[in-house]
Design a protein around this ligand. Sequence first.
Ligand code: MN
Length: 197
Amino acid sequence: MDETKHMNLAVYQKAKKGNYYCGDSYFYKETEDAFVCAIADGLGSGEMARESSKAVMEIVEDYPELTIESLVNKCNEALVGKRGVVLGILRIDFRSQTYSYSSIGNIGVIIVSAEGKKSRNIPLAGYLAGFPRKLRVSQGKVEEGMKFLMFSDGVNDRRFPLKRVHTDGVDRIIEHYKELYGQSRDDDTTLIAMEYE
Ligand SMILES: [Mn+2]
């Protein structure tokens, strides 16, 4: 993936116990103007689930300049005739200094302000499957030191160790999660920790 200049980023990904392939996909990209990051979890398992989540990742790769709404609409078009996915997308616009994100289905997003205030996104139920659906996009100003956590449902967000997130760097956040929950793998797990600097 691309070098990132504005974003500090660390990733943890692990396939479900006994599974060779991970059904979760993620992608991130930073351009002059924006940073985009997405996690998709294909419904079901195996080849077809993977095909869907890959199709969505290609959209994010090809159109980082689009707004969240347009990105999700494009993803939806790419899913016509395919299996559905749950999807989380975060986009940071460097010019307007804003972030926006949307989560459809069980992709968690937690934002930690530079002062340590945490806000948790409540994902919309359902999934994306090639037909129009209602979206909810959350937006705000980005500030230096702000952190974003995005994760698939393999991460139990009620157990997520949030106490030290404010002071820990992104690598340490990932390490800490691994130490605590690296052994329990009931589902594919993807966790991405990001910091805007
Ligand atoms: Mn899952």
